[in-house]
Ligand binder design. Sequence first.
Ligand SMILES: *Cc1c(COP(=O)(O)O)cnc(C)c1O
Length: 311
Amino acid sequence: MSIFRLPSPEQQVNYKPLNKRGIELWIKRDDLIHTEVSGNKWRKLKWNIANAIQNENNTLLTFGGAFSNHIAATAAAAKIHGLKSIGIIRGEDADLQNPTLSKASDCGMKLQLITREEYRRINDRDYIELLRHQFGSFYLIPQGGENYYGVQGCGEIMSELTHAYNRIFVACGTATTLSGLAIANTSRSDIYGVSALKGGVFLIENVKKFVSKTFNDQETEREILSKVHLLTDYHCGGYAKVTPDLIEFMRNFTSESGVELDPVYTAKTALGMEALAEEKGDFSEEKWLFIHSGGMQGLQSIERKIGEKIY
Ligand SMILES: *Cc1c(COP(=O)(O)O)cnc(C)c1O
């Protein structure tokens, strides 16, 4: 289970709704990087783990919800690197038997369920102190891998690309991945972040924060940000909400392209991408890249929750 497929494959696929408008669609298959540590979570963990090891810290501690891809990835990556891991999970009623948490636990992750109220404090300094008191020394990775090392790792997607693209599409939860792409966007593609959350307009602030930390030069910042676009209308009712229309869209996308999507992030990104193609019409001779950020580990948990197989 420790074989990482890097650079991840970059494949052209058939997809009529785009092809009929003259658009070539390519997919960057970060979902194939690893079976357990999929997609952008591996990108975000890479430099964090390197840093933990360099600092001789043998325990990772992080946070997430009951279906969190980040929790699953951190648990698996810790195991691969011979590190201990602790997952602080939102909701004292979280189902420890669900596929995500039971796999994390199988990887040796120590899980602690906390109330939603307590979870709101996870970024407070005094709360972290309490955790250090309870668990001893650990290397802290923020929820979703949202830190500067995470951004750096995601930027490496851009340097792996073997073609130039007019437009690039990526899912957003914290916009850490989007920030990394924006910062490494030397080919000046238009980059679209599609929010998986309701009310995702705030995500642009995260991008601005990371961009300004990186460049510290207003003109460069403005130029970088002018190529970043947020699509906030494709959350299908909110984070991890799955509608019958979304399921139908996923099945159709997969039967045409041969690539499976996850319902929380990548399906909604593909939906936003297709809507953009339909809305604006003339994109003939453009090359578009869809970044498959992974998330397939969550499929089973979601199917269990909605009581229906998607594929
Ligand atoms: C976590 C996740 C995202 C969100 O990435 P951010 O960097 O937090 O915006 C996107 N896609 C998948 C599959 C994820 O698991």
